[in-house]
Design a protein around this ligand. Structure first.
Ligand code: GLU
Length: 321
């Protein structure tokens, strides 16, 4: 038995006290880990984040909440928006059409890699890397305005305070030539629809939505609850689509660390270079983490450490029986 295992694998339901204690410990472990990471600086505005910041929020299906640390700090959603883009695509285009634009394979490359797109395949490997999200945005750009998509993000995150972080958006716009290169490469292959500039502009705006750890916990809860907001009963995502979203989060949600996160944590998650990590755990339970100090793959070091602890302590791994 490892030091952090308290529950037997014959999964009994942890008590409220055990859950709270596990989150408290995870917060301490995560906070201590912040010194091992570095904030993203390839988008200059992100470099202004406090590398020692860390917050962890939980929301369960009965409306119970836990929050430790910096859970009200606003930061840009970055790649976590790719889950929302995928949800919108599945909802409006359906499964078949969505996956005629993008594959569902882990890429094994960095989030912004252009390599395999040029050499191995015309279609982006999956919707949770830049190329895949940019491709899906191109198919949605005629039908949806930024405001429409922000409205959906607000609903899913149960957060009316979500807005465009203008400073991050301008910084992304200025420094986003790699994403433009991806869009133009997709266009040259006849894959990207519409105008590459209009597409990346909408993509930059979606990455610049400002959220909190609490908003990500709410998003995680909706996903873990088969697409229904359990607090209002609203059906926001079709359960069949949630199954697809969770599968891709599990296999592709943490860049080229997804395999290790799958083994060590075993919870569908999606990270962003702004320091956000959104997890959809069993229960249903949504967990939102914010820690802008990142590891070499672009994941929050504190977020990953905290999730490793929570998974062990609360038997959250999907293969814990
Ligand atoms: N806006 C970022 C980019 O396109 C998102 C990357 C991320 O969070 O993985 O580079």
């Amino acid at each position: 038995m490892t030091e952090t295992t308290i529950l037997s694998s014959a999964a009994r339901t942890p008590s409220r006290e055990e859950i709270e204690q596990a989150f408290r410990e995870a917060y301490e472990i995560g906070r201590a880990a912040t010194i091992t990471g570095k904030v993203a600086d390839y988008i200059p505005e992100l470099a202004k984040a406090n590398p020692r910041a860390f917050g962890i929020a939980m929301l369960d299906g009965e409306g119970n909440r836990l929050a430790f640390g910096d859970t009200d700090t606003r930061f840009s959603i970055q790649s976590v928006c790719k889950v929302i883009i995928l949800a919108v695509s599945l909802k409006t285009k359906g499964f078949r059409e969505t996956f005629s634009h993008v594959m569902m394979e882990p890429s094994g490359d960095a989030f912004n890699s252009i390599l395999k797109l040029d050499t191995r395949s015309n279609l982006p490997f999956n919707p949770l890397i830049n190329a895949g999200a940019i491709q899906l945005v191109s198919t949605l750009a005629d039908e949806f305005s930024f405001e429409d998509l922000m409205g959906f993000a607000r609903e899913l995150c149960m957060d009316e305070g979500i807005c465009l972080d203008q400073a991050v958006y301008h910084s992304e716009f200025e420094s986003g030539n790699r994403n433009r290169a991806i869009a133009y490469l997709l266009k040259s292959k006849g894959v990207l629809q519409g105008d590459p500039e209009k597409t990346v502009d909408l993509y930059f705006k979606l990455c610049s939505l400002s959220v909190t750890a609490r908003s990500l916990a709410s998003l995680g809860l909706v996903i873990s609850n088969d697409g229904v907001n359990p607090l209002t009963g609203e059906h926001l995502i079709d359960p069949e689509h949630v199954r697809t979203i969770k599968s891709l989060m599990f296999t592709c949600g943490l860049y080229d660390f997804s395999g290790r996160f799958g083994v060590m944590v075993g919870v569908p998650g999606k990270s962003g270079v702004g320091g956000g990590l959104m997890c959809a755990a069993r229960g249903p339970m949504g967990i939102g983490l914010y820690g802008p100090a990142l590891d070499e793959f672009g994941n929050s070091v504190a977020g990953v450490k905290a999730m490793e602890h929570l998974s062990r302590r609360l038997n959250l791994h999907v293969f814990d029986y």
